[in-house]
Design a protein around this ligand. Structure first.
Ligand SMILES: [Zn+2]
Length: 165
């Protein structure tokens, strides 16, 4: 506390506890993560599968997303970034890779870490799988996954399959 300039300053940690209602789409997604599954939602019109199902409506057709669809657990890297810049609070050894991963059966990618390989070996099309944390650490979060790692399978050539566009 300082009153030298006529002002009273306090440094005090504060916390706010709140409840958040996830809604029907996020609930099945988060419940899936609590049981070690990736649950997305399918659009009843265009059949695109959204994982994570960020909102309840298909942005392409404006239809309300319908049934749950289990995707993954393996996926393919669609793009990535090698992080070399240190920052405050950093917990991961540099350099590391943040990648967009298209889980098998999903039509949009999610971001996660790639570990257990050298950053320079990561490439678009690389097949990866999740490494889950110990179940005692799980919550309703993608943070249940420690990281993704290469499967060793042949790369997937993106855009070579038929399917929803
Ligand atoms: Zn749609």
């Amino acid at each position: 506390m300082s009153e030298a300039d006529g002002l009273v300053r306090l440094r005090q940690p504060i916390g706010v506890t709140y409840n958040w209602s996830a809604g029907p789409n996020a609930t099945s997604h988060l419940a899936g993560l609590m049981s070690g599954k990736f649950v997305g939602k399918r659009c009843p019109s265009c059949a695109l599968v959204y994982f994570p199902p960020r909102n309840g409506v298909c942005p392409k057709c404006a239809k309300i997303l319908a049934g749950d669809v289990e995707v993954g657990p393996k996926g393919t890297i669609t793009t990535f970034c090698i992080v070399n810049v240190p920052f405050l609070g950093q917990k991961i050894k540099l350099p590391y890779v943040a990648a967009q991963i298209l889980l098998d059966g999903a039509d949009i990618s999610m971001q996660h870490l790639i570990q257990e390989c050298e950053a320079e070996d990561v490439r678009i099309g690389m097949r990866v799988e999740p490494v889950w944390k110990d179940k005692s650490e799980w919550g309703p979060s993608l943070e249940n996954i420690q990281h993704f790692r290469p499967t060793g399978e042949p790369d997937r050539v993106m855009g070579s399959e038929s399917g929803a566009s």
